[in-house]
Design a protein around this ligand. Sequence first.
Ligand code: NAD
Length: 441
Amino acid sequence: MRVTVIGAGYVGLVTAACFADVGNTVVCVERDPRRIAALRKAQVPFYEPGLSELVARNAQASRMRFVEDVAQGLPGAQVCFIAVGTPPLPSGQADMSQVRGAAAEIGRCVDGPLVVVQKSTAPVGTVAMVQGIIDQEMAARGVQHWVRVVSNPEFLKEGSAIDDFTRGDRIVLGSRDERAVAVMRELYRPFNRNHEKIMVMDPASSELTKYAANTMLATRISFMNEVARLAEAVGADIEQVRLGMGVDQRIGSHFLYAGAGYGGSCFPKDVKALAFMAREAGLRAELTEAVDSVNQRQKQRLFEKIAAHFAAEGLRGKTIAVWGLAFKPNTDDMRDAPAIDLIEALLGAGARVRAFDPVAMDAARRLWGQREGLELVADAPGALEGADALVVVTEWHAFRSPDFEQLARSLKARVVFDGRNLWEPASVRAAGLQYHGIGRS
Ligand SMILES: NC(=O)c1ccc[n+]([C@@H]2O[C@H](COP(=O)([O-])OP(=O)(O)OC[C@H]3O[C@@H](n4cnc5c(N)ncnc54)[C@H](O)[C@@H]3O)[C@@H](O)[C@H]2O)c1
């Protein structure tokens, strides 16, 4: 099939590359000059395991090409994905300007029958809104083509995006149009062979499914962070509690980790957007609002622990080593990452910070540039130079088994803050370090 994908971010580029890899001809439309310049050299402008090889292979085979605007990328397409950003507005509402912009461009350029696939995470009513914009633009041009908009939320996770896309649990399609659904079934056929994964539902249910799924996962994390606080107060260990809970098959072990709070480009904004949607519907999503506020508070937790530890001397003039900047391992995405809150709070308190992340250093430089008090260093040992304390914020594999004796020799105050409960407190203490985890009294 001939496929166009608008937006070559984490979702759009993975979608494009995976469809190209099974033989479709895919055009990616990307308006960001930095991203398009890299893509034209078959380079992926962000870190996602396996994606560079996939893009290079399909660009080389002429199954993928990259253009700057929809007018160049849409003619001849049978399916056009919208995979643009839907960042949060201050009210929590999803900013739909990129989706509206993409819809208008499609309406101005469409030249034949087309299924438009709304893949961006967007509130209930977006399919109807996109359809309305396209119809209006076609009417303004005096043309009439069969164009149908289908909701197809994306459930991939950064860090394992290709696997999630090609072997995901389900493929949700929100549409009442049989012909559009048939086109989508045909497009997804290579990823739907082992067993039936396609779930067809009405557009509103499909749109809400995505928000509900992300909010559920965020709820588990905030719940565990709340229980971690209680564990600290009453003398329990959240890691023992987590194991005791997770074996219960009604609960399961995923997303039960207490830590530095959830971040990334999805959970924080999707939780807020669900709460906003409820308010718009005249309801109050009390649980969802609490999930968000517990998380905001949790993102301050590491700073509070560090400040409490150094309360006598104060943080001014102290140097804190930070391991991990990305919001989770295997990505360079720093959107809403807990490391940002921590580092801003440390700098605000007069501390100096030496920070390292295995892949997010470019993202960190773009975020902070030259920032007084902050040094972005080349490797994990480099962060320890002259440091009083170490805090681990992202659970990269490379941080899981450091040489604690070496750490004890390097850190002036001989103290570590384990924001992801990666380490065994007893082994850390045996090396002569003080240990602070999350929810471990
Ligand atoms: N990142 C994830 O893990 C993930 C997972 C599931 C769903 N989602 C959702 O998918 C959507 C996209 O997320 P993302 O992380 O890929 O976003 P992103 O910000 O990385 O990428 C979006 C891209 O779209 C481009 N763009 C916007 N308007 C355009 C236009 N008119 N023409 C050409 N390019 C345009 C932007 O320049 C940007 O590069 C969001 O709604 C997000 O919530 C993201």
